[in-house]
Design a protein around this ligand. Structure first.
Ligand code: P6P
Length: 334
């Protein structure tokens, strides 16, 4: 035995029989995303040296400052997915409308939504950032893909995942048959299996939220966090607070160590901050596959019927017990 864990490509190919309808197209889409991850990882790790830090001076459809790496990564993913000929339409955090791929989009079976570099403000301080993706099967019969191929509830996803650019670069995804994590060996340019079928650990006394917003939170969220901070060793309280400010990194820690991540709505961000299609839905699919939950406080994220590409939602994700606890705080206030 070589002792080498299977590569991402070998792992996906070995599971090809799980998707008889895919005829290799699914693998092509996943490999395109994995290649984008390798190239973005290299660019991020060299950011300070290749003048890739800093901002373009523009703001995106979200009203957020566009980092140079946001732009570069966005164009890269659009090109690599377009080149496969397997994608009929795309949605990106950086682009207002639906994106029609360059090559034979009419043949593509998949609609892909993505956030090219989530948490990009962390790049300039060499803190973790991530790419998030969500793959839906098209619902239109043929031709170039449309909004309706993208605006599907998260429960329909064919696959979802993220690439974490941290102390190591990890590719983590699910196709509805467990969550699997791969670590990039930059010397070989290959992702190797690190964890198969990840599940949230039972222990979960860590919470992750931006308490700087607490002054504009609604009552249930204020009561929830105050409860977490009370001193009651029998219930594992007070919880520890951990917040990196990049959703992928905060979620990845919770997936491996347990806990709860929350981005509540507030009197300023009345729908919440995080976007449903390419942040909340893909991670919600993974959380449920890992034995956890994701809600908007009351409703399952995967059951929300999207009405807009960039719509936002209040967001609670992590151990089932922690998300259920928040649901009780929210239910008692309704
Ligand atoms: P705040 C990054 O901008 C992001 O979209 C997520 O990655 C992250 O969880 C959140 O916003 C951080 O928002 O308001 O705490 O800076």
């Amino acid at each position: 035995m070589t002792g080498f864990q299977p590569t991402l490509n070998q792992f996906i190919r070995a599971r090809q029989e799980d998707y008889p309808e895919a005829v290799g197209e699914f693998s092509q889409v996943m490999n395109a995303i994995a290649l984008a991850g390798k190239l973005i990882s290299r660019e991020i790790n060299l950011a300070g040296l290749v003048a890739a830090t800093g901002y373009t001076g523009r703001t995106n459809v979200q009203g957020e400052e566009v980092a140079k790496l946001d732009d570069w990564s966005n164009d890269l993913i659009i090109d690599l997915l377009g080149e496969t000929g397997c994608v009929c339409v795309m949605c990106s955090e950086e682009v207002e409308g639906a994106i029609t791929p360059s090559k034979s989009a009419s043949a593509g079976r998949y609609a892909v939504s993505f956030d090219p570099v989530d948490g990009s403000s962390n790049i300039d301080i060499a803190a973790p950032v991530g790419t998030i993706f969500s793959i839906q099967r098209r619902v239109t019969k043929s031709g170039v893909g449309h909004l309706e191929d993208l605006l599907q509830p998260g429960r329909n996803q064919a696959a979802a995942g993220y690439i974490l650019y941290g102390s190591s670069t990890m590719f983590v995804y699910t196709t509805g048959k467990g969550v699997h994590a791969f670590t990039l060996d930059p010397t070989m340019g290959e992702f190797h299996l690190t964890f198969a079928d990840l599940k949230f650990p039972e222990k979960s006394n860590v919470y992750s939220t931006n308490e700087g917003n607490a002054g504009t939170w609604l009552e249930p969220d204020v009561e929830w966090v105050e409860w977490l901070k009370q001193n009651d060793p029998e219930t594992g309280r007070p919880y520890s607070a951990r917040y990196i400010g990049a959703l992928v990194a905060d979620f990845h820690r919770i997936l491996l160590k347990g806990g709860i991540f929350a981005y509540p709505k507030n009197t300023v961000q009345r729908e919440g901050k995080l976007r449903l299609l390419y942040e909340c839905s893909p991670l919600a699919f993974m959380a449920e596959q890992a034995g956890g939950l994701a809600t908007d406080g009351l409703k399952r994220i995967l059951d929300i019927e999207p009405t807009g590409l960039h719509q936002r939602t209040p967001y609670y994700i992590g151990n089932a017990r922690e998300v259920e606890l928040i649901r009780r705080f929210h239910s008692s206030s309704n």
